[in-house]
Design a protein around this ligand. Sequence first.
Ligand SMILES: C[S@@+](CC[C@H](N)C(=O)[O-])C[C@H]1O[C@@H](n2cnc3c(N)ncnc32)[C@H](O)[C@@H]1O
Length: 320
Amino acid sequence: MNDEANKASRPEHDDPARYIALAGFEGEWRELWWNHDYLELMARRWRLHEVERVLDLGCGAGHWGRTLLPHLPGSARLVGVDKVAAFLEMAEKTADARGLAGRCTYQRAEAEALPFDDASFELVTCQTVLIHVADAARTLAEMRRVLRPGGLIIAAEPDNLAGTMAWLNCSVETSPADVRALIELQQVCERGKLLLGEGDQSIGGRLPGLFYQAGLEDISVYNTDKCARLVPPYANHEERVDLSVLGGWCRERAWFTGGRADSLRTFVAGGGSADEFPALWSRVEAWCDAFLRDVEAGHFHGARGMLHYLVSGRRPAEGA
Ligand SMILES: C[S@@+](CC[C@H](N)C(=O)[O-])C[C@H]1O[C@@H](n2cnc3c(N)ncnc32)[C@H](O)[C@@H]1O
């Protein structure tokens, strides 16, 4: 790796404040990924009325657990775990502020070695976490261990590469050469991340097979039914929240591969050449500038569909 690539490191470890800002941990953006009438339907399909103890793995600032909570029995209790203390503090603060402290508790833990007895939970769930772990199969085995027989694992995990294609098909004028270059950049960076043990950013579509290999049954696969719509003059609340996050990424030069230094690091790790990187990155910058300009001028429009899978499976009942 060249020097610049070497110097960069994982932002959630070394700069939690930047990660908090870019991951949308502040505010409600991550809660807007879901329609509650859809989750109500999913709660019936998943029989969430049977659930009393929930583990929210890699809970971050607690958004996913809080999103599911209204669809669980009022008596259900949720434990959120994360490896980064700063995120857990945010989750705790929000739970306090929303009067949920009696139902939601948070503690530090590594996904690969959970500090819970076997069969502790009826539901073990995560959102955008398996895309980050070094070994998703190992993490799934640990999730299964702490699940009671008959209990449910739900993973909400994206295919980020497909999501970028949807993004590039919005109204910003992106030439075929730009699309190819931006997808290539992301593919190589994703490969680098995988090789560095930093997760498979587009794991969503591979999860059903991993669930099968983990010995889960009754495997089901859905997608979020939520598409972010951005139509001038961006007057509704959700559009404004979405634009504040997406605009922040573009101003900060944070692409789907991370910031410049982090992207270079994973690009090189994925087999890309450091010499080729600046030209690819200049296309990212040009795209970000065009997006910001088009939004400012009220020209940008698009439906930002996410391929955000909901994969679930049950631990076989004892004796089954
Ligand atoms: C993109 S965030 C998702 C947060 C939350 N699940 C949500 O949907 O808002 C990924 C989270 O997983 C956590 N994480 C990643 N790898 C982990 C591991 N091995 N053990 C525990 N937490 C982990 C990160 O610290 C981060 O908070």
